[in-house]
Design a protein around this ligand. Structure first.
Ligand code: PLP
Length: 463
C-alpha cells in the first residue's frame, strides 16, 4: 500500500510504472524519477526528501491564495456531509451553485451576469465554442461558425481547447485544429517584432484580425478568442497599442469577444480580471484556476446579458457536464473568493506585491543572459538570449537553455517554468516582499549557474 512514509525511490518507481504524466516525455522522466511533493503551506512546497521549495508558479498558475488554508478544508468537509453531489440538469439547483453564480456576477465586470459551469478551463472553452455557434444560430445566422484565435495561444487540451489554442506541437498530434477555427499572429514583439517599434507591431498584429474577418466574410465569423496576456505561450505582454485596436475591431464588426481569463482572472494582473487591467469588454469570459485557487477543479464561462438572453430564449442548449457546478467545488470556490476579497489579496497583488515584483524583476534584465524582463501584476517573463542588442535566439534547439535554467532553479529549490528559452513565473498572490527577495535571490543564482554551464558547453551562440 502506498503512503507518504515510503522512500522517494519506491514512490517514483511506482509512479513511473503506472502514472502517465501530462505534457511530459515519459521515458525521460521515468529514467530520472519524478520529484514527489508531499505537502505545501503558504508559498512553499515540501518534497519527499524534506526540501522546501519556493513555488513561483502557484502550482499551475492557480494557487492564488497560497497553500494550506484550513477554511477551505472545513467548507469542503461540511459540503460533503450536507450534499456531496447533485446535478443541475434536471430542473434542479443547489445553494453552492446559486451562491457562487451570484458572487461571480457581482465581481465580474460589465454585464457578465451569468455563468455556465465546467470543471476547468479546457472544457469551459469547449462550452464557448458550442455556445457562440448556438447563439448565432438562434439569431438566424447559423453560418457564423468560425472562431478566430491566435498562434501560440493556449486555451486547453481537449479537442476543442487545443484547436482554439495555437500551439503547433499540439496541433501536430491528433490532426487539429477541428474545422472552423483559424489563427492569426500573436502580439509577441520581442520574438517577432523585428525592426518595428512595439506600438507599430501591436497595431499590425491587431489589424490581422480585421483582415481575417474581411477575408472570411463577417457573415462567417462567430467570435474572436484571446487571453488578455498569453500565459502558457510565455507570458506575452502585448504592446499597449494592441488591445484598444482589437476592441475597436470587435466593436466595429458583428462578432463576439471571448476573453480567456483562466490565468489572468482572480487577481493575477492586480485587478480581479485582466479585462479590467487592459480595458477589454468581452461578451464571454473563460474562468478556472484562481476561481478555487486550485483547491478543487472548477471553471466556467461568464456570459453577458444579451448572450444569456438569446441562449435562454432559444430552447434547450444541448450541452453540460456531470460535474457542472459540482457542489463541493462550488462551495470551495465561494470560500476562496471570500478570502481573496476579505483579506484584500487582489489589492495586495495590485499595490504591494505586484509593484515590488516589477521593480525586482526588471533588474534581472542586467544579467548577461537576459533580454527583456517584464511583469504585470503577479506574472512575469524573462527572455534568455545570447545577444541582448539584437534579441537573438540561441543557436541550440529552442528550449535547450530554458531547460538548463529550469533545472538549475529546481536544484536551488525554486519552481520557475520555461517556455522555450524564456523563464516565466506566476507566484501565489499572497507573496510578501520578503518572499519575493528570496525568489529573486534563487533566480539570480540559477541564472548565474546557467550562464556558467552554457558558456562552458559552448552554447552561448546566436542562431
Ligand atoms: N485557458 C488558458 C488561458 C489556460 O492557461 C489554461 C491552462 O493553463 C486553460 C485554458 C486550460 O485549463 P485547464 O487546464 O483547467 O483545462
Amino acid at each position: 500500500y502506498v503512503s507518504n512514509q515510503m522512500r522517494t525511490e519506491e514512490l517514483a518507481a511506482l509512479d513511473a510504472a503506472h502514472h502517465l504524466h501530462p505534457f511530459t516525455n515519459g521515458d525521460e522522466l521515468n529514467a530520472k524519477g519524478a520529484r514527489v511533493i508531499l505537502r505545501a503551506k503558504g508559498v512553499t512546497l515540501t518534497d519527499s526528501e524534506g526540501n522546501d521549495i519556493l513555488d513561483a508558479m502557484a502550482g499551475l498558475w492557480c494557487v492564488n491564495i497560497g497553500y494550506g488554508r484550513e477554511e477551505l478544508a472545513e467548507v469542503a468537509a461540511r459540503q460533503i456531509r450536507e450534499l456531496p453531489y447533485y446535478n443541475t440538469f434536471f430542473q434542479t439547483t443547489h445553494v453552492p451553485a446559486i451562491a457562487l453564480a451570484t458572487k461571480l456576477a457581482e465581481l465580474a465586470p460589465g454585464d457578465l451576469n451569468h455563468v455556465f459551469f465546467a470543471m476547468g478551463g479546457s472544457d469551459a472553452n469547449d462550452t464557448n465554442i458550442r455556445m457562440v455557434r448556438r447563439y448565432w444560430a438562434a439569431k438566424g445566422k447559423p453560418e457564423k461558425q468560425v472562431i478566430i484565435s491566435r498562434k501560440n495561444a493556449y486555451h486547453g487540451s481537449t479537442m476543442g481547447g487545443a484547436s482554439l489554442g495555437g500551439m503547433a506541437a499540439m496541433h501536430k498530434q491528433g490532426g487539429l485544429p477541428i474545422p472552423n477555427i483559424v489563427h492569426i499572429g500573436q502580439p509577441h514583439w520581442y520574438a517577432e517584432g523585428g525592426e518595428m517599434s512595439p506600438e507599430e507591431f501591436g497595431l499590425m498584429r491587431a489589424r490581422e484580425l480585421e483582415e481575417k474577418i474581411a477575408e472570411l466574410g463577417e457573415g462567417k465569423v462567430a467570435a474572436f478568442i484571446a487571453e488578455p496576456i498569453q500565459g502558457a505561450g510565455g507570458v506575452v505582454i502585448p504592446p499597449e497599442s494592441y488591445w484598444p485596436e482589437i476592441q475597436r475591431i470587435c466593436d466595429a464588426h458583428e462578432i463576439l469577444l471571448i476573453a480567456d481569463e483562466v490565468i489572468t482572472g482572480f487577481g493575477r494582473t492586480g485587478n480581479w480580471f485582466g479585462s479590467q487591467t487592459l480595458n477589454i469588454r468581452p461578451h464571454i469570459m473563460t474562468i478556472a484556476k484562481g476561481l478555487s485557487s486550485g483547491y478543487a477543479p472548477i471553471g466556467g464561462s461568464l456570459v453577458c446579458d444579451e448572450v444569456a438572453e438569446v441562449l435562454n430564449g432559444s430552447g434547450e442548449f444541448a450541452h453540460g457536464y456531470t460535474y457542472s457546478a459540482h457542489p463541493v467545488a462550488a462551495a470551495i470556490a465561494l470560500e476562496n473568493l471570500r478570502i481573496l476579497e476579505e483579506e484584500k489579496i487582489v489589492e495586495h497583488a495590485g499595490t504591494v506585491a505586484g509593484p515590488y515584483l516589477a521593480e525586482k524583476w526588471a533588474a534581472l534584465a542586467d544579467h548577461p543572459l537576459a533580454g527583456e524582463a517584464r511583469s504585470i501584476g503577479m506574472m512575469a517573463t524573462l527572455a534568455l538570449t545570447p545577444d541582448k542588442a539584437s534579441r537573438a535566439a540561441f543557436a541550440s534547439d529552442e528550449g535547450t537553455i530554458g531547460l538548463i535554467c529550469r533545472e538549475r532553479c529546481f536544484a536551488n529549490n525554486l519552481v520557475m517554468r520555461h517556455v522555450g528559452d524564456r523563464m516565466i513565473i506566476a507566484p501565489p498572490l499572497i507573496m510578501q516582499p520578503s518572499d519575493i527577495d528570496v525568489m529573486i535571490e534563487r533566480a539570480v543564482r540559477s541564472l548565474d549557474e546557467t550562464y556558467d554551464k552554457v558558456k562552458a558547453e559552448g552554447l552561448l551562440k546566436a542562431r
